[in-house]
Write a protein that binds this ligand. Structure first.
Ligand SMILES: [Ca+2]
Ligand SMILES: [Ca+2]
Length: 242
């Protein structure tokens, strides 16, 4: 009976480990600085300092609104995605002040890209995942690191976009607020550590905020087995030394 109690305790501690293996915000910015001041040189709420190749000021509604030209801004995450982990990128959007969410010339684009091996604007590393308006269509993914270039069918300006990527499997999903859903398998083992907001060819986007989360992918099966074998090992050792 005492041994059963010990097994229960060990199993309980196993499940505790699973729930503690938690999520961590590695980037967050809501552009809550003074409207009209440059985003380049400002510090994200979580993450690094925005580095601008083509800068833009904080919009009147505390957003990053690319309206008025091509923008190109970079930032770094507080941690690098690695083995056993899942990346979740979320951002909320509004209609750009110039109204051109979808470029009227059929080639415009705009979005948030996740970068691998990002160091600085002089040493950007690789653009790994493009998330936004890939080419004058609807919210979707770009053809980077195994992602399929496709639109979700949802082109609403007011939106909430969420991208997930599993480091070990390459599996990704992209969802929109109005039922848009894309999924697939991209490259495995992309060491995401930075991001870029950019637009071009007449496309625009208006970002209210961006958050990036890195979480451990729980392996309850493995942890459960470790718990059972650990308990069994303890009991066997206790019996031998009696
Ligand atoms: Ca803020
Ligand atoms: Ca905001």
């Amino acid at each position: 009976m005492r041994n059963m109690n010990k097994i229960c305790l060990l199993l309980a501690s196993g499940s505790l480990i699973t729930s503690v293996a938690s999520a961590a915000l590695v980037f967050s910015d809501d552009f809550s600085g003074t409207p009209g001041t440059a985003i380049g040189g400002s510090t994200a709420d979580i993450g690094g300092t925005w580095a601008a190749v083509k800068d833009v000021n904080i919009g009147a509604g505390n957003t990053l609104d690319t309206s008025g030209g091509g923008r190109e801004l970079y930032n770094s995450l507080a941690a690098t995605l690695g083995a056993g982990q899942k990346l979740t990128v979320s951002f909320d959007t509004h209609q750009p002040s110039n109204g051109f969410l979808l470029a009227d010339n059929g080639t415009g684009w705009g979005g948030v890209s996740m970068y691998e091996n990002f160091v600085s604007t002089a040493n950007k590393g690789n653009e790994s995942f493009f998330l936004g308006i890939p080419n004058a269509s609807s919210w979707g993914t770009g053809n980077k690191d195994g992602l399929t270039k496709e639109g979700s069918g949802d082109s609403a300006d007011e939106n909430h976009l969420v991208f997930t990527y599993e480091y070990d499997t390459g599996k990704y999903t992209f969802t929109t607020a109005n039922g848009g859903y894309l999924s697939g398998t991209g490259d495995i083992g992309v060491n995401v550590n930075g991001l870029r907001v950019a637009n071009g060819s007449g496309g625009d986007l208006n970002l209210d905020n961006i958050t990036v989360d890195i979480s451990s992918i729980p392996e309850p099966g493995t942890i459960g087995l470790v718990g059972i074998f650990g308990a069994a090992g303890l009991i066997i050792r206790r019996r031998r030394f009696r």
